[in-house]
Design a binder for this molecule. Structure first.
Ligand code: ADP
Ligand code: ADP
Length: 221
C-alpha cells in the first residue's frame, strides 16, 4: 500500500507486509517515517492512496467502521483519558457503550485494572491524580475493555521515564503471553523494538521498509 497526503507528502511508500496473528510486531524508525500513518490506516482513521489493508483477511474498507474499531484497541502516547471521569469509569465507559449494565461494566473495569497491574483503590481517583506510567496502564486497560483481537500501540510508553518504561514493557510481555493479542507496536527506540518484537519492521524516512525480521536477524545499520 501507499499513502500520500493531500499536500504531497509521501508518508508510506509502497509497503507490503503481513503481520502474524497472536504476535507482537514492532514498527521502529525515526520521527516522520510513517509509523502513525500506518496505524491509522489499519483502523481506518485514514485510507491508503492505493493498495489495501486486510485485517483477518477482510479489506478494512469493506468492514463497518464501528465494528472494525471495536475489534482494534488503540493506545497512544498521551493516554487520552477523560479528565472528569474516575479511572474506573474511564475503563467502564467501553463496556457501557456496548450495552453492559453499569454494575457489570464497573466490575469488568475493576478486573481490567487489576490485569494491567493497578491496585483497585486507584479506580476512585481522577487521571490527573495518577503518575504518567499509571495513566498509560489505564489507557491499556481501556483499550482491552472491548476484548479486541488486535491492539495498536503508538509510542505508548514514550512519555514515561526509563525505569517506569521498563516495567510497562515487562507488563506488556506478560499480558501478551496471557491474552495472545495481535499487537502492532510503534516506537522510535530500537532497544524497545528488540525487547518487545517477535518481528521488527524497520522504517526509513519517506515511509520505506528497510528490514522486516526477527530481532536476532536484524542487520546493524
Ligand atoms: P511517524 O509516526 O513515524 O512520526 P507520521 O506517520 O506521523 O510519522 O508522518 C509521516 C509523514 O507524513 C511525516 O512527514 C508527516 O509530517 C506527514 N504527515 C502526517 N500526517 C499528515 C497529514 N495529515 N497531512 C500531511 N502530512 C502528514
Ligand atoms: P505524532 O505524535 O503521532 O507523531 P504528529 O504530531 O506528527 O503526531 O501529528 C499530529 C496531527 O497532525 C496528526 O493528526 C497528523 O496527521 C497531523 N500532521 C502531522 N504532520 C502533518 C503535516 N506535515 N501536515 C499536516 N498535518 C500533519
Amino acid at each position: 500500500m501507499r499513502k500520500q497526503y493531500d499536500n504531497g507528502t509521501v508518508a508510506v511508500h509502497e509497503l507490503s507486509l503481513v503481520v502474524e496473528t497472536g504476535t507482537i510486531t514492532v514498527f521502529v524508525g525515526p520521527s516522520g517515517c510513517g509509523k502513525t500513518t500506518l496505524m491509522r490506516m489499519v483502523n481506518r482513521m485514514i485510507d491508503p492512496s492505493s493498495g489495501t489493508v486486510l485485517v483477518n483477511g477482510t479489506d478494512v474498507r469493506e468492514s463497518d467502521p464501528a465494528r472494525l474499531r471495536r475489534g482494534i484497541g488503540y493506545v497512544i502516547q498521551q493516554a487520552g483519558l477523560f479528565p472528569h471521569r474516575t479511572v474506573l469509569d474511564n475503563v467502564a465507559t467501553v463496556p457501557l457503550l456496548f450495552g453492559q449494565r453499569r454494575r457489570e461494566a464497573r466490575s469488568r473495569a475493576g478486573e481490567l485494572l487489576e490485569l494491567v497491574g493497578l491496585p483497585s483503590e486507584l479506580g476512585k481517583r481522577y487521571p490527573a491524580q495518577l503518575s504518567g506510567g499509571q495513566q498509560q496502564r489505564v489507557g491499556v486497560a481501556r483499550a482491552l475493555a472491548a476484548d479486541p483481537p488486535v491492539l495498536l500501540m503508538d509510542e505508548p510508553f514514550s512519555a514515561v521515564d526509563p525505569v517506569v518504561r521498563e516495567g510497562l514493557q515487562d507488563e506488556l510481555l506478560r499480558l501478551q503471553a496471557e491474552l495472545d493479542k495481535t499487537v502492532l507496536f510503534v516506537t522510535h527506540d530500537i532497544d524497545e523494538a528488540i525487547k518487545l518484537g517477535e518481528k521488527v519492521a524497520v522504517l526509513r524516512q519517506g515511509g520505506h521498509l528497510a528490514q522486516y525480521a526477527e530481532p536476532d536477524d536484524l542487520l546493524a545499520e
